[in-house]
Design a binder for this molecule. Sequence first.
Ligand SMILES: Nc1ncnc2c1ncn2[C@@H]1O[C@H](COP(=O)(O)OP(=O)(O)O)[C@@H](O)[C@H]1O
Ligand SMILES: N[C@@H](CCOP(=O)(O)O)C(=O)O
Length: 293
Amino acid sequence: MIISVPATSANLGPGFDSLGLAVDLRNRVEFHPSKFFSVSIKGEGENNARLKGNNLFVSIFNEHYSRLTKKKQNFKFTFYNSIPMSRGLGSSSAVIVSAIASAHEAANIRVSKRRILNHALVYEPHPDNITPAVMGGFNVATIEKNKVFSQKKHLPDYLKAVVVIPNKQMNTSKSRTILPKSYSKENAVYNLSHTALTVAAFFNEDWEMLKLAAQDRFHQKARMKTLPELFSVQKVAYESGALMSTLSGSGSTFFSLAYDDDAAMIANRLKQKFPEFAVKILDFDNSGLIIER
Ligand SMILES: Nc1ncnc2c1ncn2[C@@H]1O[C@H](COP(=O)(O)OP(=O)(O)O)[C@@H](O)[C@H]1O
Ligand SMILES: N[C@@H](CCOP(=O)(O)O)C(=O)O
């Protein structure tokens, strides 16, 4: 059995903790019961010894497996990781979602995606990454009484993501500590109206509206200042035809959305100007969590 979960780009400018979409870059896990516990990692994190001993996936998996079965069982886990860690592409959400889904599969208990999402909220209290990780597509999400309420929009094939992935890791919880504790009414209204416009533009497929809509006064600037080259990344992406260009999650990745026909040129310009950063063109993902039995 293989369980896979896509990378996600959260916030999308003004939609702090509420907007996110999924891209076609997946972490996969295979597992089966075994006499001895073992972890093998291929791809991202394969040289990180810490992940063999103290692994977020394993601790969440064990918690759910013992809750569901009241039993202890060793498993052999093989991880195939494509999502870079702490770069604003939702690696922690992917791990949380796949661990919860895997534990249910291991316990032979069928569970809805919505339920997996609500379990995931316990480990990641903002819903903007976990929602597209589970559901795929573009999502707007909120929390009421410890549950996620969300709406999804499928993303068309003629759009691509162009992502610039710096080498620098930005830990999400640390990056949240640099944000202001409160915002003025003016800035709150600014973000509220821009988030609403971004959501409407996605649902109405008014892609040309996104550049104006996806402006933020809550978090981007403060975070980008820790890696100032990101201001130039955004400028070059827009000059080269990006429809929107925002910090991905808490960074350090920069996410741009573009028409299929423009994506290669945008990526080439970004590669040329920022040879020190990885640049990838990705499809959007509309599936979210996939369980292949
Ligand atoms: N493939 C993985 N396997 C195990 N743990 C992971 C994996 N990916 C991410 N993590 C955990 O999530 C942490 C990164 O979380 P975070 O800083 O929120 O990054 P991101 O922005 O990518 O979600 C890592 O330090 C690690 O504890
Ligand atoms: N809304 C969160 C999103 C964090 O995304 P990540 O991919 O960096 O974990 C935030 O802005 O802190």
